[in-house]
Design a protein around this ligand. Sequence first.
Ligand SMILES: [Zn+2]
Length: 134
Amino acid sequence: MIETYQAQLDLLCEVFNVEKPNLIIWNRNHSAYSSLTNTINMRTRISPFQLTLEDSLLHEFAHYLTRRISGNEYQFDYFTGRRRRQVSPHGKEFFNNLLKVIAVWHDNIDKYSWSGEYKRIQQYAKPFRNQNAT
Ligand SMILES: [Zn+2]
């Protein structure tokens, strides 16, 4: 599994001409990108209600790209000593990057497992998708 993910990630980094983030497989049922450690954490469990594992990596890679393009998603708040979120994690900027990643990887964006995406992202994607697609 790690080899498959790493190969996919290497290819994406090459196409988008970016350094490689860290990659970890973890024992949780969701994937995530941490900008603090610059690590993509991937799940291995397959669920019909979630993105495919391949698409899950595309989603997390889009978070990584968004962080690289717009700087840190988090900024340290000196008054509270806490991190503040600067960019909506699933906002328009993230979506635009996700769309680019999907278009490069799948050629046709309708091949992405959209039904496993957050509703908000599905809404953003509607104008870009084939009208007949589900
Ligand atoms: Zn996300």
